[in-house]
Design a protein around this ligand. Structure first.
Ligand code: NZQ
Ligand code: ZN
Length: 384
């Protein structure tokens, strides 16, 4: 197992009615900016609960953060904060709102001319604003990690960044808020969490046994509870399981000391950048391709995945892998998620653009840097 430091400072408030407790977490003298998305929180009562919890605070709200949050929109919030001296942020929404709020928190006190460089060239920033979150869509794990993904509308770039200053101070995980999720978003969340686990699990072995077993237990829970949650996200027990799975999938625990892949995500981000396909759907398209092209490198873990996660005991190693890949795709299909580029009208021209971009950036992805642009081409061609 590789050396690691593990420090996750985000406090989790989990369960029914927990939104009321945010007042115990935000210092009373704070001037709070509540950030949110396209308005779902105003229809499902979450906004009202936040409003009640913030009674007595000086606060204002900033809505309109879109899915795959845009740099251009986020900079409007940055300007507002600079003008009116807000000093605490509260993100209320899914991964896009929380990610967008992380960028806002980083950009407010950034002294350079072009805050996009915080993402593009990892420009240093200090004094990020403190923030908390109220999660409304279990999926990304953003509520308990220090990473974010932001899209630059003008250049069609979708890029990740992260910094230890960007852990939420606290996050409220109240599974009742998922009741109003459209089926499509509930399914996206399950698949995103699933692939987060896979990116940290489907790698070469460096002796990280406990992390493998943690990962397998999250995958099995997602497989067991995902379909019921997809059919009815108001079912508290499934929603609670899915919510905690998605947080645990990407809060650093299962990835500590482990070689990590993330090539499926990086390729997926390009599909979203060019075609606005939902993040999780891009992962469901790319993942079987990654497994096909990188099968030799991942063979040992793929067999373990077949046996421990899908309980496939019969057949040769190759047959077990084949069955596990098939079962994974069936799992995505059962959640209403299509897994081919042609299902989303993505043609060869986009594959060419993605490969060219990756060559320009000199990206070598994957746990061993073996996913080079020529491999990306094969991965995407396998998913036509
Ligand atoms: O904007 P509103 O009106 O709130 O509606 C949202 C949005 O349209 C809706 N929604 C959220 N909660 C709801 C709800 N509708 C009804 N009831 C509720 N309770 O769902 C839609 C999608 O929301 P979004 O936040 O975009 O989804 P998700 O949480 O899947 O986030 C996706 C973003 O996170 C990034 C992705 O790249 C993408 O930009 N990721 C962030 C990561 C991280 N920070 O660690 C890791 C991930 O791999 C991912 O890349
Ligand atoms: Zn993801």
């Amino acid at each position: 197992m590789d050396n690691f430091n593990f420090h996750n400072p985000t406090k989790i408030l989990f369960g029914k009615g927990k939104i009321a407790d945010i007042s115990k977490e935000i210092p009373k003298q704070s001037k709070v900016l509540v950030t949110f998305g396209g308005g779902s929180i105003k229809k499902n009562g979450v906004y009202d609960q936040v409003k009640d919890a913030l009674s007595g605070y000086s606060w204002y709200s900033f809505g309109g953060i879109e899915p795959n949050p845009r740099y251009e929109t986020l900079m409007k919030a940055v300007e507002k904060i600079r003008e009116e001296n807000f000093d605490y942020l509260l993100a209320v929404g899914g991964g896009s709102v929380i990610d967008g709020t992380k960028f806002i928190a980083a950009a407010v006190n950034y002294e350079g001319d072009d805050p996009w460089q915080i993402i593009k060239s990892r420009a240093k920033f200090s004094d990020a604003l403190p923030f908390g979150s109220v999660l409304t869509l279990p999926a990304t794990g953003s509520e308990m990690n220090a990473g974010a993904v932001v899209t630059h509308g003008a250049t069609q770039e979708k890029l990740p960044f992260g910094n230890p200053q960007l852990y939420p101070k606290f996050s409220v995980l109240d599974p009742t808020v998922t009741a109003t999720l459209p089926e499509k978003q509930a399914a996206n969340g399950v698949v995103d969490a699933f692939v987060h686990v896979i990116e940290q699990y489907m790698n070469y072995d460096n002796g990280y046994r406990l992390q493998q077993y943690f990962a397998e237990s999250i995958l099995k829970t997602l497989i067991e509870k995902g379909p019921a949650y997809y059919k009815d996200p108001s079912d508290y027990e499934s929603a609670a399981n899915i919510m905690w799975c998605s947080t645990m999938a990407l809060n650093g625990l299962i990835g500590a000391g482990v070689p990590q892949d993330w090539s499926t995500h990086m390729i997926g981000h390009e599909l979203t950048a060019f075609h606005e396909i939902d993040h999780a759907r891009t992962l469901a398209i790319v993942l079987p391709g990654t497994w096909k092209v990188m099968r030799e490198q991942k063979k040992e873990r793929l067999v373990q995945y077949a046996e421990n996660v899908w309980d496939i005991r019969q057949g040769s190693e190759e047959e077990k892998i084949e069955q596990a890949v098939e079962k994974t795709e069936q799992f995505f299909h059962a959640l209403g998620i299509k897994t081919r580029l042609s299902d989303y009208n993505v043609g060869n021209d986009t594959v060419g653009k993605i490969v060219e971009r990756m060559s320009q950036r000199n990206w070598k992805l994957g746990e061993s840097g073996l996913v080079t642009p020529d491999k990306v081409k094969l991965i995407l061609e396998a998913r036509a």
